[in-house]
Design a protein around this ligand. Structure first.
Ligand code: GDP
Ligand code: IMO
Ligand code: MG
Length: 420
């Protein structure tokens, strides 16, 4: 049971990157299991911020193996930019990173298709990051995709051209400029760079290392409420973001899973379209965005902000089997006289604790109001030192969810974390 999972319990951007980086010293292998460059995982240390899209968040630690699993979709051009901007030399990164032969590739035409599908949706668009995620997973499921292992084969160009042509013929039905050539040079440069890395059957590697006692941390992307099955469909991403996704996205048995760490912000944010029961479209929401710097790490879009939603959090805890909760951004709530927590919903006038299946249901949050805290808490490093009203806020969450909150993040830096 030496494989732990860390994942987001809300709509993404809970602070996964920061926490993975902070707990990395406890692990030997950090493995991304789903999603692709739609993710933006921020890490801060030595007064510098780094944003990772495809590369696991253990990459800055020496002697750790980072693994891009079969469940991830890789855009080689994003891969290249990211490798070049990371800091450590490519030779050093080659030692630290390994890629699954089975990870599907995002082609330049997948990105164009993503835009075409979004444009066609008009008012009902998803608010995709337009990184080609949906079309790449569509090709995977329809058995047309290309995989990382293909780049080492002689028929690679044949496969590429055939899939590209297939996409171009679909695009003829859309009113969309479809010239992939402007993306292709960078894409093929990315392919050449990927060839320098180890592209192996990572399901063997991860199982062998884990059986030898190496500790694995599976790093999720996005959040539970964006899961293709359990999120607010169709306003979701195209992969399983939940703990089960770590098994299919890495090739590991559920029997090998130990802890399931669920990360949540002390409030909620969402980028893109879709239901958000506790959203604050008012000055309180603006204040949360401003103090929390709530702008997308991948697209720069302003994040929608709202109060903590407990029915949604409990749902996420349930579908993931969360064993420990990590709360981030408690510092952002400092200065509010009171803070609200949604404890149930009124759906079409009736009290309800379940997230409705229908996304067009009219959900009215029912709030409990708790006393706020005023102190700047970013310098606090032990739990006892936190303001009494913040500890009451945490007690309230634990009582409601029945899961212990064992880490509290009080700032963006690696060091700004309290272990309880
Ligand atoms: P991820 O996608 O879950 O890794 O989260 P993002 O990196 O997209 O967004 C989280 C943002 O909050 C980043 O800018 C982090 O640097 C920042 N952050 C993480 N934890 C904390 C915290 O406890 N307090 C504050 N103020 N910022 C945090
Ligand atoms: P991390 O890993 C927040 C959202 C998009 C959009 C929907 C579908 O940083 O938490 P897609 O590009 O997958 O077609 O977009 O999902 N989305 C995210 N929101 N954080 C993310 O990743 C996200 N990845 C996708 O905004 O609403
Ligand atoms: Mg993010």
């Amino acid at each position: 049971m030496n494989i732990d999972i860390l994942l987001g319990l809300q709509w993404g951007d809970e602070g996964k990157g920061k926490i993975v980086d902070a707990i990395c010293p406890d692990y030997d292998i950090i493995a991304r299991f789903q999603g692709g460059p739609n993710a933006g995982h921020s890490l801060e240390f030595n007064n510098k911020k780094h944003v990772l899209h495809l590369i696991p968040s253990g990459i800055f630690h020496e002697n750790k193996l980072n693994l891009i699993g079969n469940g991830v979709v890789i855009d080689p051009s994003v891969f290249k930019t990211e490798i070049e901007e990371l800091g450590p030399s490519t030779d050093e990164l080659i030692k630290r990173l390994v890629i699954s032969t089975r990870a599907n590739l995002i082609l330049p035409t997948h990105r164009i298709l993503d835009s075409a599908y979004e444009c066609q949706k008009g008012m009902t668009k998803i608010g995709s990051t337009l990184k080609g995620i949906g079309p790449a997973y569509t090709d995977k499921a329809s058995r047309n995709g290309m995989r990382a292992g293909d780049i080492l084969r002689n028929d690679f160009m044949e496969k590429y051209n055939s899939l590209k042509e297939r996409h171009l013929s679909i695009l003829k039905n859309y009113d969309m400029k479809s010239d992939p050539s402007k993306y292709e040079a960078a894409w093929f440069e990315g392919i050449e760079l990927m060839k320098k890395f180890r592209i192996v059957n990572t399901e063997y590697l991860i199982n062998e290392l884990s059986l030898k006692g190496k500790k694995v941390l599976a790093e999720g992307a996005q959040g539970t409420l964006l899961d293709i099955d359990f999120g607010s469909y169709p306003y979701v991403t195209s992969s399983n973001t939940i703990s089960a996704g770590a098994c299919t996205g890495l090739g590991i048995s559920p029997k090998r899973i130990g802890e399931i760490f669920g990360i949540f912000k002390a409030y909620c944010t969402r980028v893109g379209t879709g239901p958000f029961p506790t959203e604050l479209i008012n000055t309180t929401g603006d204040t949360l965005r401003e103090i929390g710097h709530e702008f997308g790490s991948t697209t720069g879009r302003p994040r929608r902000c709202g109060w903590l939603d407990l029915p949604a959090l409990k749902y996420s805890i349930m579908v993931n089997g969360v064993t420990r909760l990590f709360m981030t951004k408690a510092d952002v709530l400092s200065g509010f006289k009171t803070v609200k927590v949604c404890t149930s919903y009124k759906v079409d006038g009736k009290e309800c604790i379940e997230i409705p299946y229908m996304i067009d249901a009219i959900i009215e949050p029912v709030y409990t109001e708790l006393e706020g805290w005023n102190e700047n808490i970013s310098g606090i490093r032990n739990y006892q030192g936190l303001p009494v009203s913040l500890k009451r806020f945490i007690d309230f969450i634990e009582k409601e969810t029945r899961v212990p909150v064992t880490r509290v993040s009080v700032g963006a830096d690696r060091e700004e974390t309290i272990i309880r």
